[in-house]
Ligand binder design. Structure first.
Ligand SMILES: C[S@@+](CC[C@H](N)C(=O)[O-])C[C@H]1O[C@@H](n2cnc3c(N)ncnc32)[C@H](O)[C@@H]1O
Length: 369
């Protein structure tokens, strides 16, 4: 067992230590702490370790409210209070944005840190009769009272644990897999081995989602004339653009649950990562909506590498880019900076107690700044 002195946190909230020429990443530790840790992965000069004992604790360390915190892979920041978590998240985003030293980052805190998630994925090992969250070793860990999920979701989870009722859902299913519990329209649905957010994507934290969409409306109204046309790309069910009440084309690669057009939103079903995505999109969009004034873009974690192509084709006045992965956020917006200025960056905490957050950047055409 080795002692490690934690020097700093990385952008994923892991402690970083240097010892014997190696850099070691140790999750759930804090700067200035001395910890004992077990190395579980070893890649050249980079090690990854699990903390086994905190020898010298940082003043900001607190006892985690969840008894499973040390083993569970779900949360990253329960060992500090919420203001400290937000300060670390802001610092992490600041580091991602090191090439934009003058940009302010406004942090939007969540009103509650617990019981916010409307869905959870539980992993199972049928032979071992184990169902739970992925632990730090990527094995299912039974956690019957997860603090992140809404009460209805927790009640459903407890019912599945009762007498191992979940095993009955596994007719003809593989020995290992996952269940998803997803609260939509006040009802918790359970799906087995279906893709993430089965039935259509919604943000996991409904209250913060409402806050984000309201904020977004203010931004769009600030930069847009009354007759502006908006494109909501990776728009899902049109969540972000519905409150705008403006003519909008919502584009997403829907499954079987494609939303219906309404008074303001026109839905187009399309793979935006396809090679010919732009040509197809232009062909699918009604003639009177070919010239958008604003692009709202909210891709999955992989981002939109060819954002520049979308921007140079449509030449919008503004682009609002929303990203759950800050690395792709920085990579993608960097491609547009010849003609656009990054005006502001906002951090919305849609995932309290975890290392994740949403980054929102507003880009405006240079001649309008
Ligand atoms: C982060 S979610 C955003 C959804 C929506 N903006 C919202 O706020 O609810 C990303 C969306 O991208 C969609 N998506 C994933 N891959 C896609 C692709 N290749 N082409 C188009 N949409 C895709 C997903 O269906 C999902 O709705």
């Amino acid at each position: 067992m080795t002692h490690f002195h934690i020097l700093d946190l990385d952008t994923m909230g892991q402690g970083v230590a240097k010892a014997d020429g190696h850099i070691t990443f140790i999750a759930k530790t804090l700067p200035n702490e001395v910890v004992e840790a077990d190395i579980y992965r070893n890649k050249k000069n980079i090690h990854f370790a699990h903390v086994t004992e905190v020898i010298t604790a940082a003043p900001e360390r607190q006892e985690a409210p969840c008894p499973h915190y040390a083993q569970c892979g779900g949360c990253d920041y329960q060992h500090v209070d919420y203001p400290t978590e937000l300060a670390y998240k802001q610092k992490a985003l600041r580091r991602h944005l090191r090439h934009f030293p003058d940009i302010d980052i406004t942090v939007h805190a969540a009103p509650q840190r617990w019981h916010y998630r409307n869905r959870i994925q539980l992993h199972y090992h049928a032979d071992k009769k184990v169902l739970g969250l992925m632990d730090v070793n990527y094995e299912p860990l039974p956690v019957q009272n997860c603090l992140l999920i809404q009460e209805q979701v927790r009640d459903k989870m407890l019912a599945l644990y009762q007498d191992d009722a979940w095993l009955e859902l596994l007719q003809d299913e593989p020995k290992r897999g996952h269940l998803e519990l997803y609260c939509r329209d006040e009802e918790v649905q359970v799906s087995v081995n279906e893709p993430y957010a089965n039935g259509g994507f919604t943000q996991v934290f409904p209250h913060m989602n409402h806050y984000l969409t309201t904020w977004l409306s203010h931004q769009v109204n600030q930069y847009m004339d009354d007759d502006a046309v908006i494109y909501d790309l990776f728009g899902g069910n049109g969540n972000l653009s519905l409150p705008l009440g403006r003519p909008t084309v919502v584009v997403d690669q829907y499954g079987e649950h494609q939303p219906q057009d309404n008074d303001t939103q026109t839905f187009v079903s399309q793979n935006l990562y396809a090679k010919d995505a732009l040509q197809r999109l232009q062909a699918a969009i009604p003639d009177d909506m070919q010239q958008p004034t604003c692009l709202i873009i909210d891709p999955p974690r992989s981002g939109l590498k060819n954002l520049k192509d979308f921007v140079s084709t449509f030449k919008p006045k503004a682009v609002i880019f929303i990203a759950c992965e800050p690395t792709s956020f920085v990579r993608d917006i960097a491609t547009c900076l010849e003609h656009y200025t990054l005006m502001k960056v906002d951090l919305f905490d849609l995932f309290p107690a975890t290392q994740h957050y949403e980054t929102v950047g507003v880009l405006v055409r240079n001649e309008l700044v």
